[in-house]
Ligand binder design. Structure first.
Ligand SMILES: C[S@@+](CC[C@H](N)C(=O)[O-])C[C@H]1O[C@@H](n2cnc3c(N)ncnc32)[C@H](O)[C@@H]1O
Ligand SMILES: [Zn+2]
Length: 249
């Protein structure tokens, strides 16, 4: 069984997905439970993996004020923990605008996933960086996108007039209604809205169990994680469009 340290766990939707796939998840400190990563030092060479979703407001396209610098500070804390603990692999979740992280010794793969690829009624986008000490990559055999019938679930839902019912909101994140009795209503919505949808997290956990050596497999150059064969560089017409868009930007 792989032992995983979950940083910035919040109520840890990300870690719950890993647990459901058979990982043992240990949770690090979080401000919402009175802990602070800046006071935390993980042990070296004990964990197989480190996962975490550091605060993303500074890198978000929805940001209304200039970046505070806190996002970069928390990324540096994540990197510090990885470099100290030296797990075999790490997984960082954030938004697409997050800078690359480069812990010493790790090869890093970036990819995006949308909630509606995993049977959920919303299409919130999540961005990941997977790092491997042994030059492994994740092959992402992605399901096709399902229909979207609901606006995305976000951390600010609790403060909105006409917010969705608690059980409907949890369902949008792939959860049964969570009993967070010690939380205020808006803190409940914030914690669940901040999280990685559980079926998405399970999908990545399975890909980590099946990680492959970089030399043994060829992946689409768009970064989607799909396998390609022979001389092909990209997997789908949508990948080619994505590559063209990146070249133009
Ligand atoms: C995006 S949320 C994590 C969501 C989680 N990955 C999930 O799937 O449920 C970021 C978390 O970082 C926590 N956080 C922010 N600054 C922190 C710090 N200095 N130390 C520890 N946790 C912090 C926040 O309280 C929040 O719960
Ligand atoms: Zn692709």
């Amino acid at each position: 069984m792989q032992l995983v340290l979950s940083l910035f766990p919040g109520v840890d939707l990300l870690g719950r997905g890993f647990e459901a796939e058979g990982f043992c998840v240990v949770r690090g400190p979080d401000l919402i439970f009175g802990g602070d990563i800046r006071d935390f030092k993980p042990p070296s060479d004990r964990f197989d993996g480190i996962i975490g979703g550091s605060p993303c407001q500074d890198f978000s396209s929805l940001r209304r004020c200039p970046p505070s610098g806190y996002g970069l500070q928390m990324l540096a804390e994540f990197v510090r923990c990885v470099e100290h603990a030296r797990p075999d692999w790490f997984l960082l979740e954030n938004v697409p605008g997050v800078p690359d992280i480069k812990p010493v010794g790790y090869a890093v793969q970036r990819f995006d996933l949308r909630a509606n690829e995993f049977g959920l009624a919303q299409q919130r986008l999540r961005h990941f960086q997977f790092g491997s000490l042994r030059n492994q990559v994740l092959v992402l055999d992605r399901p096709s996108r399902g229909p979207v019938s609901q606006p995305i679930a976000t951390a600010t839902e609790g403060a909105k007039l006409g917010r969705r019912d608690w059980s409907d909101f949890c369902a949008l994140q792939g959860l049964p209604p969570l009993a967070l009795e010690s939380f205020t209503m808006s803190a409940r919505y914030r914690a669940v809205g901040n999280g990685v949808p559980v079926p998405m997290s399970r999908f990545i956990a399975r890909a980590i169990l099946n990680q492959r050596s970089c030399g043994s497999i060829q992946l689409c150059i768009c970064g989607c994680g799909r396998r390609v064969e022979g001389k092909a560089l990209s997997a789908l017409p949508a990948c080619r469009k994505r590559i063209e868009r990146k070249r133009r930007d």
